[in-house]
Design a protein around this ligand. Structure first.
Ligand code: UT7
Length: 315
């Protein structure tokens, strides 16, 4: 049986820090409102010469170094992004070119903030079936370029960054199970148009409705994954949730009776980096040695679509 196992992770965050105090100069808001309602204190903003691909490349290089793998050993690249440079060529193809990989499968995944979980679950299927041996899965986002900087409902929430994971074929898990879901009925509650059919290529959100659904879907997904696999929530060592709002994370963990200090948090200094938030948090937990080999991890995401998903794995 082929399983997919994580052998490397990496991150990239742009240098520029945008604090809540800085945002007070842009829109009618306050540090107090943003930190108490969201948990966010600051976020990173990409410079004009940075792209989702340049950020993805640095995150991927760090993951390759950790895994002690050469780029040409990768046979599948999936990039989760909702802020690509082009419709085509895909960010995955641009990344393949930068990494000088002569031939491999490469495509982007579009599932908003759930994109990384969708991409990781897809890469796992390739490895399980034997269609790929080594997969590079990246979440990379420049959310600052799709913000309406006059809309305080959204512009205070998001940030930029990239996270990468390398998967390889293994005899034991690795990824144990995944659960993905979507509901297009709520398509209008969280949107980012292309700009081709209307002028506004900005994120718009009905925050309250998104909040409620995010808590419900992610809580159910955790319960489903542990029960399906004969575990209890107490068997999970670390939950790595999408970082949209600390109050969403707290609400989920309270419902699950799971301690806050067993969840990896990056929201305070990164804000919501959409598809990049889970691999960024995972990399942080691995590099600061909180996450140890053999531990059970649960990655959980929710985003526009609506889309959601969870991955249960043994690190
Ligand atoms: O990553 C994809 C998934 N995204 C999410 O999961 C985000 C989900 N939603 C949320 O995190 C929260 O709903 C928000 C952080 C977006 C908003 O928090 P809230 O507690 O739900 O606030 P609200 O939208 O109910 O607004 C409360 C008040 C409103 O004023 P009134 O109508 O009560 O007078 C807003 O106009 O806060 C006002 N407000 C602000 N005030 C200062 C909204 N944004 C701001 C702001 N600064 N930036």
């Amino acid at each position: 049986m082929n399983y997919a196992k994580i052998i490397g992770t990496g991150s990239y965050l742009p240098r520029k820090v945008l604090s809540n105090k800085d945002l007070e100069q842009l829109v009618e808001t306050s540090d107090e409102w943003i930190s108490s309602r969201t948990g966010i204190h600051s976020r990173r903003i990409a410079s004009t010469h940075e792209t989702v691909t340049s950020m993805a490349e640095i995150a991927a290089q760090h993951a390759l170094k950790m895994a002690q793998l050469e780029p040409n050993q990768i046979d599948l690249i999936i990039v989760a992004t909702c802020t690509p440079e082009n419709f085509f060529p895909s960010t995955a193809c641009l990344l393949q070119h930068r990494l000088k990989i002569p031939d491999c499968i490469a495509f982007d995944m579009s599932a908003a903030c759930s994109g990384f979980v969708y991409a990781l679950a897809t890469a796992e299927q390739y490895i399980r079936s034997g269609a790929a041996k080594q997969a590079l899965v990246v979440g990379s986002e420049i959310m600052s370029r799709v913000m309406d900087w006059k809309d305080r409902n959204t512009c205070v929430l998001f940030g930029d960054g990239a996270g990468a994971v390398l998967l390889t074929q293994a005899n034991e898990p690795g990824i144990i199970d995944s659960q993905l879901g979507a509901s297009g009925t709520e398509k209008d509650l969280l949107t980012l148009p292309t700009g081709l059919y209307d002028d506004a290529a900005y994120v718009r959100m009905n925050g309250r409705e998104v909040f409620k659904m995010a808590v419900e879907a992610m809580t159910n997904s955790v319960r489903h994954l542990v029960e399906e696999n004969g575990l209890t929530v107490q068997d999970i060592d670390w939950i790595i949730p999408h970082q949209a709002n600390i109050r969403i994370i707290k609400a989920i963990l309270t419902r699950l009776n799971f301690p806050m200090d067993r969840a990896i948090m990056t929201i305070h200094e990164q804000g919501n980096t959409s598809g990049a938030s889970i691999p960024l948090a995972l990399d942080q937990g691995i590099r600061d040695h909180r996450i140890q080999p053999g531990q059970h991890l649960l990655l959980e995401a929710f985003g526009g679509g609506f889309t959601w998903g969870g991955i249960l794995l043994k690190y």
